[in-house]
Design a protein around this ligand. Structure first.
Ligand SMILES: Nc1ncnc2c1ncn2[C@@H]1O[C@H](COP(=O)(O)OP(=O)(O)OP(=O)(O)O)[C@@H](O)[C@H]1O
Length: 314
């Protein structure tokens, strides 16, 4: 879907992105992560031509991006950023409808789309549609920003630290919503963050940048278990490595299926991460917990001991 071939970008004679070769497949969730100033935002902005690359080639849907008019490209790619950029004198509805208006969609279609997006992002349409940005909390504004980026059903969603300024609880909720949207819509998403746990939670594929170059790219599990250099190991590892590995796997993967449970502890969901399960074991001071599926049907038992004896690189 998006292909970088030996792309470079210089500012004032200095290379800030060097020789970047990347492929973002259709429907894939790619996270660009790296140290501050490593070129993440510049890489993202080169995709919708907010920044023009000066060497190499960037292809979108098989065509060099220069072949598209910048405005056409931007209409095919939603863009959500940390500072939100909502228009202050426009209502939530008008803000979300920015691109559909430009595309001259019929009024009824725009109204329905705004309703659909507000519901998707857990904002009650009746309550929020006619509000102005200053009447929203920071988290609600960010949701509207994401809804606006999704409004015209773009093929690609570009997100630059979209949850950057939020408290951890709101941030986690929005991450879950974006993960859910990705699951439902199979949009191609490219997200910039410097939050390792956010990257691990959301990415199909992580690209780690340092000093304008790719240090390693791969699945979250590959980067955690097979770091290409000490830099990668230090970046992802540190003292939280074990917890991060557990965060990549679900309770269902270690559940002893069909085993009966006779205790009285509340059950774990099979889709919960093993790191969340670990927290329950510690908080409840137990060795075993029952596991249920989404419908609440018993599946078996998770044993605390299995978290440490099972290989986590499976
Ligand atoms: N318009 C610009 N003019 C000059 N230099 C720029 C411009 N935009 C970015 N840079 C420089 O390019 C480098 C990469 O910036 P970029 O914003 O892509 O990094 P980043 O990885 O997104 O950083 P952060 O995590 O701090 O946001 C930085 O050294 C930055 O100062």
């Amino acid at each position: 879907m998006i292909h970088f071939k030996q792309v470079s970008k210089h500012f004032a004679g200095k290379a800030v992105v060097r020789d970047l070769t990347l492929e973002m497949a259709k429907g894939e969730f790619t996270v660009l992560i790296g140290t501050s100033g490593s070129g993440k935002s510049t890489t993202l902005k080169m995709i919708n031509r907010l920044v023009e690359h000066d060497r190499g080639e960037i292809l979108f849907a098989g065509e060099p991006i220069e072949k598209f008019r910048a405005q056409d490209l931007r209409r095919r790619m939603g863009y959500a950023i940390q500072s939100i950029g909502l228009f202050p004198h426009w209502t939530v509805e008008e803000n979300i409808a920015t691109v559909p208006q430009l595309l001259k969609w019929p009024k009824a279609k725009i109204r329905d789309r705004v309703t659909e997006l507000l519901e998707l992002l857990n904002l009650d349409p009746k309550q929020f549609r006619h509000r102005y940005p200053h009447q929203l909390s920071g988290g609600q504004q960010q949701r509207v920003g994401v809804a606006r980026a999704l409004a015209s059903d773009p093929e690609v969603l570009l997100m630059d630290e979209p949850f950057g300024a939020l408290d951890p609880v709101t941030r986690a909720t929005l991450q879950e919503e974006v993960a859910r949207i990705h699951k439902i819509t199979h949009r191609t998403i490219v997200l910039v963050t410097h939050d390792i746990d956010e990257a691990l939670a959301l990415a199909d594929r992580i690209v780690l940048l340092n000093d304008g170059q790719v240090v390693q790219q791969g699945t979250p599990l590959e980067l955690l278990t097979r770091p290409a250099t000490p830099f990668v190991r230090d970046f992802f590892g540190g003292s939280d490595m074990g917890i991060r590995l557990l965060s990549l796997r679900e309770v269902g993967s270690l559940t002893r299926r069909g085993e009966p449970y006779s205790g009285s502890q509340p059950p774990l969901m099979d889709s919960m991460s093993l790191s969340q399960a670990l927290s329950k074991f510690v908080a409840q001071r137990v060795q075993q917990l029952p596991v249920v599926d989404e419908q609440g049907q018993p599946l078996g038992v998770l044993h605390f001991a299995d978290l440490t004896t099972e290989r986590n690189d499976a």
